[in-house]
Design a binder for this molecule. Sequence first.
Ligand code: FAD
Ligand code: SF4
Length: 402
Amino acid sequence: MTSVTPDVPKHQKAKALKPGSRRPAKELCSECGLCDTYYIHYVKEACAFLNQQIAELEAIAHGRSRDLDNEDEWYFGVSQNMMAARRIEPIPGAQWTGIVSTIACEMLERGLVEGVVCVQNSPDDRFQPMPVIARTPEEVLAARVNKPTLSPNLSILEQVERSGMKRLLAIGVGCQIQALRAVQAELGLEKLYVLGTPCVDNVTREGLQKFLETTSQSPDTVVHYEFMQDFRVHFKHEDGSIEKVPFFGLNTKKLKDVFAPSCLSCFDYVNSLADLVVGYMGAPFGWQWIVVRNDTGREMLDLVRPLLETQAVSSSGDRRQAVQQSIPAYEKGVTLPMWAAKLMGVVIERIGPKGLEYARFSIDSHFTRNYLYVRRTHPEKLDDHVPEFAKRIVGQYQLPDS
Ligand code: FAD
Ligand code: SF4
């Protein structure tokens, strides 16, 4: 009698790369974690830096790719609805009001999912990411607040398949979610929910240290920071105090090489492939910004509606001149003296772009910078790597010739 061995999926025969070894995307690797698993088998198609395929994956995830003739979709991706929201009772220690953690906890409590991919911090370093599959609300809450560093969230994907889990929520940033969407069909899941956050200017753990030491007066006590809609970086310290540093006072010369090359070549700021996106940049100060991309995203948001206060999104000001002026200023590494930076911050806060226009300001400034970075460092990738929506955004501005 011959024994029949069940077919082992091809990817399970692949071998994860060793920690610290060079990744297929080389210096552009964002350490998303895929290559730490046997799903490296799919890396050539799945890696966001080897095979940009946002429009194709949008069509699979949302049923269509974004409508480039609709300004909101052109900038913010496929959406059914956008709003500003905040938890009526914020979660202490969350990055903003904790909407992300709240949705994840509700989904576990109601049995919609068996596990949540999220990122806690290592026991001895609050900023060192430690991806986990949380199975209880307590484990989700232990992952609250940003780890503002590259995080290998997908490194737990093998555990997902081995566990036999069928219903999963993944929380992550754009590059992680692009790779996840590309291998989604191979995970053996019945249902995958994807809750994304926008992401920009991420750094390695060493880069973060340099940023904190260059920018904060007390780098060791920072528990949390954010580039805020008032054009200042807000550092929250262990004692609860808030230190504010105007964007225009940042030491751009010293900080130029601090951002990871992956993030300097990323055009998925708004997490195009998540079902639901929760950020802040399109909302008034103190509020979070929500983009519902599809029915799955709506289902997730509806679970927590009674816990939220909401308002319509709004938009005012005109970002274009500020973006155009920021291009040569960044190129030359201009840093204003602190008094002038503070003054400029006050003026621009009063008359500058707000709401969705602030979000467009941030997208335009980052996309023009990143376009120039890719054009200089990887000219051979420029055409395929930059999505059409980003080419059109960058095309609104005059860029230096070289
Ligand atoms: P919380 O309830 O505190 O939950 C935070 C969740 O984020 C946790 O579930 C955790 O698993 C996850 N997480 C933490 N660190 C990482 C990481 N490194 N990679 C993947 N997942 C992580 N929003 C904007 O509107 N504009 C921006 O420019 C912007 N930049 C960001 C940059 C980074 C590096 C990150 C991680 C997020 C960024 N966001 C940005 C999103 C924003 O800062 C908040 O994370 C979001 O609004 C959710 O807040 P919350 O209070 O609901 O989250
Ligand atoms: Fe692998 Fe992710 Fe790095 Fe691409 S970004 S090389 S998929 S770990």
